[in-house]
Each structure stands twice: as C-alpha cells, then as structure tokens.
Design a protein around this ligand. Structure first.
Ligand code: ADP
Length: 748
C-alpha cells in the first residue's frame, strides 16, 4: 500500500558514527517494508543525498541482513559542506524526488538534525525552483508538497536533550569501563596513578558514568568544574586519605572538555603534574580516543536502535502536513517523541551555559538523574569513616546477598558499606545469604574490606537460595538481637524477596523483625516486582549476545538452525531481549507457552526460508518455556523433519550467563540503588512509626519504594515473576524484525 499522499521513506546516518546505528537502519527498513511502504537507503549521509545516483538505493529485506552486530554504520556517514548551502540542498531535493521520497529519517547528532530542519523549512521553495528550472514535473511537485522528518540521535556522548540515552553511548561506556578496569589492575600492581581522558567536549556523561562504573577516585567534567579554587588540594587530600587507608592505585577520569570554575581548560598533563608533585605518585596519562567509538554494539544499543527505528517509521507515517518534526527518544524504557528543534536548542543551551560559566544552569539542563549520579559519585569518593553528626544515633546496618549470584552484587555491597561508614555508622556483612544469617556468619566491614569490589563479578560475601522456615526464623531473630542489627539491606533475587516477605509477615511473632529492611533487586532473570531492570540482567544479556554472535559466525557457510537455550526460569526477558539483539527468527518463552502446532508452523516456515536461500536461523528458547518440549526435543524434531534442507544444532548457554564482570549499567544502577537503600534504612531507623520493610527498583522513569504488603498483589507467585512485565510490549517488534513482510506494491 504505497499511500497516494505519502511518498517513499529514506533513511540515512550522518555526523559522527556510533555503534547501534545499524540496528536503527535495519529497523527502519524492515518496519517500512512490513507496512508496505517503499524505503530507500541513502549512503554516506547528506553527501549521498547531494550526489544521488547509486548513493540512493531501494532497500529490500535482505539489504539490512547481517548488520545488527556490526560496529559503526554500514551505510556510511560523512561531513558534507555542500548540504550547508542552498545549492547543495536543491540538488538533494531533486535527487530525492526522482525516487518519490519525501519522508526522511535521520540518525545523527544535533548538527545533522539542524540540517534536516533547515531542509524542511526550505522544501516548498526548493520545489518551486526545481519546477521553474524544469527539473521536476508539476505533478511531482503537487504530490510532494511537504517533507516529513523524524530524527534519532546516534552519538556516543549521550549529550542530547529529549532522550535519556543516545544510540551508541552504552557501547562507548563499555569500552571505557573495560579500559578503566584494565588500567586499574596494572596501576594497583605498581602503586601508580593514572589520568584517563575520555571523549566529551561539552558533556561529562561518559566521564562521570565511567568513573562510577570503574570505581575511580576523582572525576572532572565540563558541566560542573571543581567548586573550589584550590580544587587541586581537595583532590590530593582525598587521594592521600585513600592511600592511608591502604588503597594502592589512583584513578582520575576526566572528560576532554574539563575546565575549572573560571572556564580555563584543564589538561590531562596538568592533572598528571599535580599528582606527581603533590603526592609523589608515579603517574601516567591514557587518552582513550577512538577506541571509544568502535566495536560491536552492546545489547542495549542494538535494542535501543531497533525500538527507535520502529517508532520513527510509525511517527513518519502518522505525520501530517502541519505537524512538527519529532525526535524519537527513550525515557525509563519507553519510547518518547519530543519536538526536534526544541531538543536541538536545549542541547546547544548546555554548551552555551558551560561557555558562559553558568555551571548550575548546565547541570540543571542535563537533568535530574545526571545530577543525582554526580552527587552520589562525589559522596562515594569522599566516603571515609566519619564521626556521626551531632544528635544522630549510631546504627549497626547489615548487608547481605540472597538468591543466585548476579553480576553487580559486589558493586552494591561496596557502595552500601562505604556510604554507611561515611555517615558514621557501623557496617556488618552477613555471609552466605540466609544460610549465613541463620548460622550467625556475621562480621564487621571496614572501608578496605570492600576495595576492588566495584568491578568484580560474582558475590564475595557469598549467596545462596535458602528461604528460611520454622525454627530458622527464630535463629535469625536471635542473631538480629545478638549482633544488634538496626537495619538490613538484602541484595538479591526471588528467594531474597520471599525471605524478606516472610520476615515482614512474621513481625507480630518475632518483634526482632521490626527493624527497617530493604531488598535491592539483583538477579539476571529480571523477574522481580517493582523493578523494571534488576542488577545483573544487563550483564547476562550482553554475555548471551556475545556468545550468540560467535555461534552465528561459526556457521556462515552452512544451512544451519541453532536452538539456543537461555536462563530466566519462567521469565522470558533474557530470551526476548537477546532474540531482539541477535536477530532471532523465533523466541519461545514461558509467558506464551509452546504448542505442537507452534512447532509445526515454525518448522514449515524454516523449511520454506532455507529453500529460498536462508543460510542461518536462530531460535531463542527460555529455559522454562515448556518442560516437555525441551531444547533437545525441539532440536531433534527440527532435525528429523527438516531432512536435507537444513541441519540443527543446540546450544545451552548455561552458567556463562551469570558470570563475568558486571556491565557499566549494572554497576551504575547498583551504586545508585545502594545509596538510596542506605538513606532509606537511616531514615526509617529514626522514624517514630514502625519501620518499613520494602523493595526498591527503577520503575517507570524513577526509583520507587514498595512496602512488602504489596508484594503478594504484584507477583505471579507460581511462576516467580511480576504480574506486569513492561518488555512484553516489545514482542510485536521482534516479530516484525524476524519475518519478511509483504513486498511493497504487491497485491498480497
Ligand atoms: P553531528 O550530526 O554529529 O552533530 P555535524 O555537526 O558534523 O555532526 O553535522 C553533520 C552534517 O550535517 C554536516 O556535515 C552537514 O552536512 C549537515 N549539517 C550540519 N549543520 C548544518 C546546517 N546548519 N545546515 C545544513 N546542514 C548542516
């Protein structure tokens, strides 16, 4: 159905490249085809639009096959001076109209989006001029009176207003965090100091988040220069305290655009000199440069690009002649649309505020969560055991893990212990989950006891899946009294929540349970109520995607179908999101179940696909999707029935999903949530009321606390998952991406 009124859609990438752009291009092409609309790829950004010819190519389903996992942008990007002139844009308009294109989806930075805006404003006058010159017919001009534009931001800097995340920022943060981890280990070996410079001329996002994720000692960002003139003294004082406490390495992370209060640029060499002269530290500088841009996109960036690409096509098809162009963004896992030029203007306002040394304004413009992250980082690096403030009651706060191990547990424990000590309280560590709580395996934690934990996978305090019952509760109550525990933080998954819920319900029988306690969501399964993303799930997702990329590569030349089983118990989150990120043909999960009919339909569609040239197919299966139709059963069935058409291999990914160092996102979330949990415990301990027992999580776009009386109503107890699972809304996208839609113009 190529609409009479609407012309074709074209997609291009422009400005700096960023990982995840390919996912966005793929999603635009496939969504458009699914809706029966003709779609073109413009190669080399605006330059391709001006050059025309073979730079503007009609796309089909296969044009965007096999690009999801690749870094950069496979359709090319360029800076184009001609497009900045009216003459260049006139040529571009003619080239577009030759293909009936008057819908543009642009993936780029604020420069590219500004260019698109100018192009749109001029469009009518360009049409008139082309008509006068006889380069287009009257009819073409009549049918393409408006140019519809939708923007998405591809940028590693995460510097755009109108979206919480830009396509590519998460991948860049992975590169930076890997580098900080690597440098930290060599720094600690030699007792060296390192100054690590990351990208960001007007934006401290990568520096700040990299510093939190890497457990760095200091950060310098353009938006908020050190607030004192003698910042060098403050920095060295904090470093010296760290050394006195036993820390072996010093890591300073700085944005390339770092400056002081007076707007003077601070260079990495300058920081190096300060550390050498004042601390006598053997100091090295590492400027990370273009590695930050490179490499395969993370699961998040692939799925972000995919979600945004789909939304961009919907937006452009819904656009009316007088509607304002929109920027597609994301906020709290939901796609958003904001007027494009408002986003560009607000983004540029940050750079202007920095240049005018209006730092409070710059931080306000960056938004609440950025400011909050900065506050937490500053508190963390200065967190040393402190005296209590006058009038405050010293507390004994305990931290523990519960449930299966999840990457990021250690990060949360480290942040909680240091922030608690900083406020003058005594911190206790309960070892080995509720088993250890029952047995009284409880020790005091000091500042150095959590050194190095920010980046470490696993669970150093130990964890297990025991849920206490009967006399166990008595033992726990006794240990709360014996160790004089005033508040409890449980970092864990389903069984931790079950145990906390039990304590909550037994408060009348065990007065000792009337202390504040809080559960911080940490499980790779992402199956907890009150939290849209639990700590560990992002790491597991990346582990799966990394493994599946390799599995797919192993089979390039053969006709092969892989059935990959992933964890999640009865929650299909990992299966669906990894299926989306790796381009799986089909995702099976417990929420939808599996029937014999499903298997037959899928088998026939696979046979037909392979007969028509398909070389590789991927099926993701959530481990709990069906206890009879197991991975082995499905593989055997497909193998037997497919005969000579394709062969089948199964891959049960197993524990590699739970392992590895936590991803930057998991570390940052773990740190922020731990900070909020410690504040909660302190506040509740000082409350006149019966202290709350609660669970916390990112819910919608903000952190929320839920008291345990709501727990039963929020879960499907039998299946160990929450009733409301936001990501289920992404299933239609996964379907569109995996199945060829109708051919535009055909009558099917
Ligand atoms: P980014 O999109 O990453 O901010 P640039 O600012 O380099 O990157 O812009 C990319 C391209 O967008 C430019 O090379 C140019 O072709 C086009 N462009 C940028 N600004 C304008 C403008 N004011 N008018 C027309 N085209 C522009």
């Amino acid at each position: 159905m190529t609409s009479e009124k609407k012309g074709s859609i074209a997609v291009l990438t422009s400005g700096g490249d960023s990982p995840g752009m390919n996912a966005a291009v793929r999603a635009v092409v496939r969504t458009a085809l699914d809706k029966g609309v003709e779609v073109y790829i413009i190669y080399e950004g605006y330059q391709g639009m001006v050059d025309g010819g073979d730079r503007i190519v009609k796309a089909d389903w296969e044009s965007v096959g096999g690009i999801l996992h690749r870094g950069g942008t496979v359709i090319g990007t360029a800076r184009c001076m001609e497009f900045k002139t009216r003459e260049g844009r006139l040529t571009a308009a003619r080239n577009l109209l030759q293909h009936n294109i008057n819908n543009l989806i642009i993936i780029g930075g604020d420069g590219s989006l500004t260019g698109a805006h100018i192009f749109r404003q001029e469009w009518l006058s360009l049409l008139v001029e082309l008509m006068e010159k006889g380069e287009i017919s009257n009819e073409i001009a009549q049918n393409h009176q408006e140019l519809n534009i939708v923007g998405m931001v591809g940028s590693i800097d995460n510097d755009m207003f109108g979206t919480d995340m830009t396509i590519g920022a998460d991948t860049a943060l992975h590169r930076i965090t890997e580098a900080i981890d690597a440098i930290t280990s060599t720094a600690a070996s030699h007792k060296r100091a390192f100054v690590i410079e990351v990208m960001g001329r007007h934006c401290g996002y990568l520096a700040l988040m990299g510093a939190i994720a890497g457990g760095a000692d200091w950060v310098l960002i353009p938006e908020s220069p050190p607030d004192v003139d003698n910042w060098e003294d403050r920095m060295c004082e904090v470093m010296q305290l760290g050394r006195n406490a036993g820390r072996r390495d010093i890591i300073v992370v700085m944005a390339e655009g770092a400056q002081d209060q007076n707007g003077r640029h601070i260079s990495s060499d300058e920081v190096k000199k300060i550390l050498e002269e004042r601390l006598g530290a053997d100091t090295r500088v590492t400027i990370l440069g273009h590695v930050q841009r490179g490499g395969a996109p993370t699961a998040f960036d692939r799925n972000l690009g995919t979600m945004m690409g789909c939304a961009a096509v919907d937006e452009i098809l819904a656009a009316k002649a007088d509607s304002e162009p929109m920027l597609i963004g994301i906020r709290g896992n939901r796609i958003t649309r904001t007027p494009l030029m408002q986003c560009v203007e607000e983004t540029q306002a940050v750079a202007k505020a920095i240049a005018a040394q209006q730092y409070d304004k710059a931080m306000d413009l960056r938004g609440g969560s950025f400011k909050e992250a900065f506050r937490i980082f500053r508190t963390l690096v200065r967190a040393f055991p402190h005296q209590l403030k006058e009038g405050q009651r010293p507390l004994r706060l305990a931290v523990m893990n519960a449930g299966g191990p999840a990457p990021g547990m250690n990060t949360a424990i480290r942040a909680a212990v240091r922030l608690g000590l900083d406020k003058g309280h005594t911190m206790l560590g309960i070892e080995n989950g509720f088993g250890g709580f029952i047995a009284g395996e409880i020790k005091e934690m000091d500042w150095m006891s959590v050194a190095g934990l920010a980046s470490m996978g696993g669970a150093e305090l130990g964890t297990n899946r025991k849920v206490p019952k009967g006399s166990d509760l008595y033992a726990i109550a006794r240990n709360i009294e014996k160790f004089k525990i005033d508040g409890l933080l449980i970092v864990g998954g389903w069984t931790g929540y079950e145990a906390a819920n039990l304590m909550y319900n037994e408060r009348d029988n065990y007065p000792a349970f009337n202390i504040p306690f809080i559960c911080l969501p940490a499980t790779i399964n992402n199956n907890l109520p009150g939290s849209e993303l639990s700590i560990g799930a992002d790491t597991a997702l990346n582990n799966i995607v990394w493994a599946v990329d390799k599995i797919k590569q192993s089979a390039v030349a053969s006709r092969r179908c892989f059935v990959v089983e992933v964890m999640g118990r009865n929650c299909g989150y990992l299966a669906l999101m990894s299926g989306l990120a790796t381009g799986a043909e089909r995702v099976y999960m417990h929420e939808e179940g599996v029937t014999l009919k499903d298997l037959q339909v899928d088998l026939h569609s696979l046979i037909s696909g392979f007969k028509h040239g398909k070389r590789l197919a991927l099926i993701m299966r959530n481990e709990g999707s069906n206890s009879f139709y197991t991975t082995s059963f499905m593989s055997a069935l497909f193998s037997e029935e497919s005969r000579d058409v394709f062969d089948v291999r199964q891959a049960i990914l197993g524990h590699l999903q739970q392992g590895g160092d936590p991803s930057p996102f998991d570390r940052i979330q773990a740190t922020e949530l731990a900070s909020k949990c410690i504040d909660f415990l302190i506040q509740e301990s000082n409350s006149e009321e019966i202290p709350r027992g609660a669970f916390v999580g990112l819910y919608g776009s903000k952190t929320q606390f839920f008291e345990f009386d709501r727990f039963p109503r929020m879960i499907e107890r039998e299946f160990h998952r929450p009733k409301r699972q936001w990501w289920m809304e992404l299933r239609p996208i996964a379907k569109i991406m995996s199945q060829p839609g109708p051919t535009p113009g055909s009558t099917e």
